[in-house]
Design a protein around this ligand. Structure first.
Ligand SMILES: Nc1ncnc2c1ncn2[C@@H]1O[C@H](COP(=O)(O)OP(=O)(O)OP(=O)(O)O)[C@@H](O)[C@H]1O
Length: 260
């Protein structure tokens, strides 16, 4: 559970409540919900940037609830919405990989960390995106497009096979074509590596197409939990209608808003 101080005296907002969620290895769970439903709060508690008021976060059998985010590196990887928040612009692609590696090994000798082993790791992981990034390891990350940066971010986040990958609207800042490519490649990589994945999205089409299970949050709680079988054959209008019936509110679909 997580609550925040509200505007009035003795007023609180319960951002996450009674959430019981287990994600098994190799499963992609889409997390959707209206604005303010608690998705980011849940992601932050799992990533370690917010402490829950009560409850536990267990990753690969280890209780990480009290661990700060840097201690969870290697177990939990996060790709944020804004490409600029995921990579260091002033470093090259391979130096970004090296920095992630150095952080995990608690070493900060960037030159040494960016040696042949990390180059091979970066090249192999980036090759899966088929964007030619594997041949541009020495290019400054700041000169990459948003889509290329997100591809590098997903490659960095998955290269060490974390137990859990958090995708926080990671393609929402990209144009629809780039978003589709990065989303498809992300799915291919996490499936190939069997990484448990929790993906927040406002694009209901992505949520239905690229997940094994779809969770809908409303007012800090899980209002709907659709397994693969239940969501099979379901279209975006069906999902939106189910949400409306359940909550009496409408669910915004960013893909629709982007086309409007
Ligand atoms: N630091 C904070 N202080 C006070 N209230 C907060 C804080 N963070 C979140 N909240 C409140 O908690 C509730 C859940 O917010 P949260 O950001 O988790 O929702 P969300 O589902 O991620 O929304 P969005 O889709 O708009 O990003 C909201 O009512 C929000 O105003």
């Amino acid at each position: 559970m997580k609550r925040f101080k509200g505007f009035g005296r003795n007023e609180f907002v319960i951002a996450a409540d009674s959430i019981n969620l287990t994600i098994t290895a190799g499963t992609i769970v889409a997390l959707v919900g209206s604005n303010g439903s608690g998705k980011s709060t849940l992601m932050s508690m799992i990533a370690g940037s917010q402490l829950p008021d009560s409850g536990r976060i267990i990753v690969a059998g280890e209780d990480v609830t009290e661990q700060p985010s840097w201690q969870r590196t290697g177990k939990v990887a996060l790709v944020r919405q804004n490409p600029e928040h995921n990579v260091f612009s002033a470093l090259t692609i391979v130096e970004n990989f090296a920095l992630a590696e150095a952080g995990q090994a608690r070493r900060f000798n960037l030159k040494r960390a960016a040696g042949p082993r990390v180059r091979d790791l970066a090249r192999d992981t980036l090759a899966q995106f088929s964007m030619g990034l594997e041949d541009r390891l020495d290019q400054l990350a700041g000169t990459l497009s948003g889509g290329q940066r997100q591809a590098v971010s997903v490659a960095m986040a998955t290269s060490r096979n974390p137990a859990l990958l958090l995708l926080d609207e990671h393609v929402s800042a990209l144009d629809p074509t780039r978003a589709r490519v990065v989303m498809e490649q992300t799915e291919a990589i996490v499936r190939q590596r069997s990484i448990a994945t929790l993906m927040v999205t406002h694009d209901m089409g992505h949520a239905l197409k690229h997940s094994d299970r779809l969770i809908l949050m409303h007012r800090g709680r899980i209002a709907m939990d659709l397994a693969s079988k239940e969501k099979a054959g379901m279209g975006v209008p069906d999902l939106l209608a189910r949400f409306e019936k359940l909550t009496g509110e409408t669910l915004p679909d960013s893909a629709v808003l982007a086309r409007a």
